[in-house]
Design a protein around this ligand. Sequence first.
Ligand SMILES: [Zn+2]
Length: 437
Amino acid sequence: MRKMTPRELKHAIRLLLTGRKFIKEAPFSSLHEVEKTQFARVCELVTHAYETVPFYRDLYTGVGFDPRDLKGWKDFERLPLVSKDQVIDAYPESFISSSFQLDDLVVSSSSGSGGKPLDVAYPPQTFLKYALATLRLYQMGFGYRPWHRHVYIYTSAYPFDSIFGMYPLHFISTLAPIDEVEKKLLEVNPDLIVCYPSHLRQITEMCSSSVLESLNPKLISVSSEMSTQVERDGLEELFGCPVLDNYSSEELARIASQCLFHTYHVFEDMNYIEILDARDQPTDELGAVVGTNLHNFATPLIRYRQNDFAQVGPSSCPCGRTYRELSNLQGRKNDSFVLPSGRTLTSGFLLDATYEFLLEHRGAIRDFCLIQESSAEILLEVVPGKKWTESIAVSIANRFTEYLEEGMGFRVETVKECEKTRTGKRNPIIRRAALVD
Ligand SMILES: [Zn+2]
């Protein structure tokens, strides 16, 4: 990612100063107003995409749609959905709006499929909007002020390390050895820690207790990988501060974030989020997350399949935010297991089941990866901690077998390191590709 220019930084600071309404007040807006703004933005985006992005021109022409037909949400719901593979195939030639030059855009890459990465390009001002949304999610956890020290453990450094000396940021690579992480944490003594749940777990398991005790964070913000509320509750107790999860993706940026009541509120002014059933119809039940990013006009993502599952409904959260509640979030790059009968064990269930052992045998498991190797074979890879014993392996296997079907095998293997994704993310649940129907 390129560094920001001084002009962009100045723009950033102006936005920050005027961003208060967006950061603090917008999530309490009347839903009627929110929907009106969303629809106006969606109309603008669809027309823009139709006129300047060859991919959308072809897609919409193919189904006989003209942006002038877009009169209400029912019309919008008739637009074809867009998949990750379609974006990968069309980018950049057919997917970047002719109103933009690729060189002027910020490009964000993430793991794609079939060896091709997924790139999404956006204008710097969109990037700043994302930065404001990020500030919002921190503000949902504590009163984040310009002097607070912020440590983030991530795959790459952001294009700035402060905003004119305010909001200082300290980067730690996801690949840094634990003694380096310890050193940096002690040196910075962060008010805010931002990391993947797996790194937080690594810190709690591997950092010395004197380091952990001397830390005094006001908020820990986790994202990207699946973590469960049970696990985050345990971490809140350990660190003595809120540990809040947010749901984000490279493509749609900030989708939803937890408030202090642990409710995930959809960021309605960042994306228009739909939940669709197996027939791609809107549902109030658990369904596929489909999002339209309301800010990126360079590579518009309209009715984009996020490949996660969740449920969205009206907010009844005591915090008073009107932005809808997202619950039951499942998927997020973690696989579910399919048993021989066809029954599914979701990634959420599998993680909860595994955390049960983690909590029961503290200090025994530094990291784990649960792998469905074939329809009848499950392997649990464990990076053993100091307290690991063979009898723990036996008790895990016995307990886990109860969740499985007759004739299925479950074995535990100790390893030095668990499988990680290309970008160093932990991947605790893997279903081998051969099993995909
Ligand atoms: Zn809330």
